[in-house]
Design a protein around this ligand. Structure first.
Ligand code: SAH
Length: 273
């Protein structure tokens, strides 16, 4: 068998199903148009959502209120930040459901009701109540940047730290896309060390749960400040929300700790990737 004839069956087999295909597409040019229109519809979904997203977002705010979130400033922040701009366009349709969604590298954008609860806990701190806002804020775990955008609505200055470079960059472009990049300072670093250059912070919030509260966070918490973080329950495969208030009495620091409801956050990890 010659080289040529040995190879011949292969192309024939490949061509086997295709003789009709070119003919069909030549005879039905409108098919391309129809497909293009369908494609356009599919890719237009997030844009369409963008146009009426204020209404969808208002419904999410209503649901959060109905489920017990009562801090009007937190609700207002949820009403202003377009959550769909922080998730992949294929997931935009689910952006206003009360659910965590994947943002890449095994991480998630946190569930709105849990974010709302944490922000409300921060707003209830004595200092925040007196001030009327969160003051200087440190967020550990920027992820896609959504909570950082909410914090920017509620605080005076926001520093947010992310250990995964890809997410740090994604958060930066997400915030740029909605014109909020200047409202939070994004830092690519290990947040277990907090961010000493910006310390002390009036409010610290973590979006990832570790075995314990890193000592750097307590050192960087201003007197009168509050920290809210998920923390693993020793010996159990669960996490709880931990609140720590820094009280300063006669120059001595007291850290008052309380534990709240169970939550489920991605793990707090050390080092940068
Ligand atoms: N704040 C996000 C949630 C992000 S998920 C939101 O708005 O929904 C938690 C993030 O914490 C992940 O991106 C993860 O990479 C990050 N993370 C975990 N350990 C960290 C650490 N030590 N320092 C900084 N970021 C950390």
């Amino acid at each position: 068998m010659s080289e040529k004839s040995r190879r011949f069956p292969l192309p024939l087999e490949k061509v086997g199903k295709s003789p009709n295909a070119p003919a069909r597409s030549v005879l039905m040019p409108q098919r391309h148009l129809r497909e293009a229109a369908l494609d356009a519809q599919r890719s237009a979904a997030p844009v369409g959502l963008g146009l009426d997203s204020a209404q969808v977002r208002a419904r999410m705010v209503q649901r959060l209120r109905a489920e017990g979130l009562s801090d009007e400033r937190v609700l207002d922040a949820f009403g202003h930040v377009p959550r769909h701009a922080f998730v992949d366009s294929a997931l935009a349709i689910q952006a206003y459901e009360d659910t965590a969604l994947p943002i890449g590298l095994g991480q998630t954008i946190s569930k709105p009701s849990v974010v709302g609860r944490m922000l409300a806990l921060l707003m209830q701190a004595q200092g925040a109540r007196a001030r009327g806002h969160l003051g200087k804020v440190l967020e550990i775990g920027t992820g896609c940047g959504y909570q950082a955008a909410l914090l920017a609505q509620l605080g005076q200055a926001v520093v947010t730290v992310e250990r995964l470079r890809l997410l740090y960059e994604r958060a930066l472009s997400n915030l740029e896309a909605i014109g909020m990049a200047t409202r939070a300072r994004l830092v690519f670093a290990d947040g277990m060390l907090g961010h000493a250059p910006g310390a002390p912070y009036d409010s610290i919030v973590a979006a990832a749960g570790g075995e314990d509260i890193p000592s750097a966070w307590l050192e960087q918490l201003a007197p009168g400040g509050r920290l809210v973080a998920p923390m693993a329950v020793p010996g159990a495969n669960t996490q709880v929300l931990v609140v720590i208030d820094h009280q300063s009495v006669g120059g001595a620091s007291h850290f008052i700790r309380s534990e709240h409801e169970g939550v489920l956050f991605v793990p707090l990890k050390s080092g940068v990737v």
